[in-house]
Ligand binder design. Structure first.
Ligand code: ZN
Length: 460
């Protein structure tokens, strides 16, 4: 295994879409230079909302105009809070088209805003086939440098494919002035990579059972470069970013760069395995349930923080005892009934969950079942050791998240211990990606692990 953490520039070199990431105090003043270098001869069109226009959009346009770079206009969303809805992309595409018509050529879309606004510009820019410049206003997610955008269309969340920004210019004084809950959300999203790592260790061992991954659906070999990008600097970055939500500029700079680099790993692998494990599945389930507090949706990063704690507790409870051989396996009709029961409150998603659950399900009598279970038990002790080196003890994780301003009690984000345990079942069903949840399922101890979590007062 490559033991050397890579520099930001080395990680950038591995990214396929993004060519430049600069972070630091006063970076907004450098935007004209970046425009000349990466988008020569093109006028700028800025997109922001009222808050982010004040925070960064206006200053970016002023710096651009002062440097003699033409400004093709701007569009400022008037909504108090914009949602990731595809209809906004259509609005932006139309604004871009009009701007190009009057400019007589290609523009540079400039997104001044946080995650949602960035996703809208990312998708709209890709629809007119223009690379864009991202000026983030909060270190709130890793999605700035991810390719693709998750948007609502016709009542459903869809993942749209579109390139990541060509250039990201993050001013740490802007990021530090963002509302604290946005920086703590970014911290939660970054901390989630701890579980992305432990799940990948498990998936790697499951893949190696026959050397092809055929025994364990969704298993995957560890890619050393992606591991070096995301995992090797993770502990140091989390330590350095602890005070981001307190407005510490250095901490928020470390946080933003670290989140940015995880996006580069995603671009490099064209797959989210390196940055997302079952902690994101928990968060996805709560997103489907439209988790809100006082009518406001809980942020992605705060859901991931709670998913991380849930996953860490699950992993601790699983490895407390080695399973014994030969669990009773379900037949597909039994499994289908379990899926329907787990998603009883979310009927609309049942068909797609069933399709996924079917793909990963190894039913009673299947020739793979025995070798898979035996193989996982053979490698159990090795897995346990590697995983415990990856995940700090639950109490330590909880203290870290609390210090960083993340929710650590279910009630803080409108949940309960019961809902966390129920979401564990759903999380295991929604994706063909081998994680600790599948390890428990395939060795027949899933219910037993949930019982251990429930009975212990160490968790939640
Ligand atoms: Zn995330």
């Amino acid at each position: 295994m490559n033991k050397q953490a890579l520099s930001v520039d080395e990680c950038l070199a591995a990214a396929t879409d993004t060519k430049c990431l600069v972070t630091g105090d006063g970076i907004i003043a450098e935007i004209p230079r970046l425009l000349e270098q990466y988008f020569p001869g093109r006028p700028v069109f800025a997109v922001a909302d009222n808050n982010t226009y004040r925070a960064a959009g206006r200053a970016a346009l002023e710096a651009t105009g002062a440097a003699g770079i033409p400004v093709a206009g701007n569009f400022v969303f008037q909504e108090e809070e914009i949602h990731a809805e595809y209809r906004h992309v259509e609005t932006l595409r139309e604004e871009f088209r009009k701007a190009e018509e009057s400019a007589g050529g290609a523009i540079v879309p400039l997104a001044a805003g946080s995650g949602t606004l960035n996703d809208l510009v990312k998708k709209a820019a890709s629809e007119i086939d223009r690379p864009y410049l991202c000026v983030p206003t909060a270190a709130s997610v890793d999605g700035y440098t991810a390719y693709g955008a998750a948007l609502m269309e016709g009542g459903f969340k869809r993942s749209f494919s579109c390139p990541a920004p060509l250039v990201v210019a993050a001013d740490s004084s802007v990021l530090a002035a963002a509302p604290p809950y946005l920086s703590s959300s970014g911290f939660g999203d970054l901390a989630g990579k701890i579980i992305a790592g432990s799940d990948w260790i498990i998936a790697d061992r499951a893949f190696s059972l026959d050397g092809t991954g055929a025994l364990a659906p969704g298993s995957q070999k560890i890619d050393e470069k992606a591991w070096a990008m995301v995992q090797l600097p993770l502990r140091d970055n989390l330590r350095g970013a602890l005070n981001a939500a307190r407005g510490d500029r250095e901490a928020v700079k470390i946080l933003f760069e670290a989140l940015g680099v995880t996006g580069f790993a995603l671009q490099y692998m064209r797959d989210s395995r390196s940055v997302s494990g079952c902690e994101h599945m928990w968060s996805h389930v709560w997103e489907m349930e439209n988790l809100c507090v006082d009518g406001r949706p809980v942020t992605h990063g705060h859901k991931v923080a709670m998913g991380l704690l849930a996953a860490a507790a699950f992993t601790e409870c699983l490895f407390r005892e080695k399973p014994s051989r030969s669990p009773a396996r379900q037949s597909w009709p039994e499994r289908e009934a379990s899926v329907r029961a787990a998603f009883a409150a979310l009927e609309a998603v049942v068909p797609s969950v069933l399709e996924t659950a079917r793909k990963k399900f190894i039913e009673r009598g299947n020739a793979k079942a025995g070798p898979l279970e035996a193989g996982l038990l053979d490698t159990w002790d090795d897995m346990k050791e590697a995983v415990s080196g990856q995940i700090p003890p639950y109490a330590e994780l909880r203290a870290m998240l609390k210090h960083a301003g993340c929710p650590v009690e279910p009630a803080e984000i409108g949940l309960s211990k019961t809902r966390i345990l129920a979401a564990a079942r759903c999380s295991q069903m929604i994706r063909v990606r081998f994680t600790v949840l599948d390890l428990a399922f395939e060795t027949g101890v899933f219910d037993e692990v949930l019982k251990r979590m429930e009975e212990s007062d160490r968790y939640f």
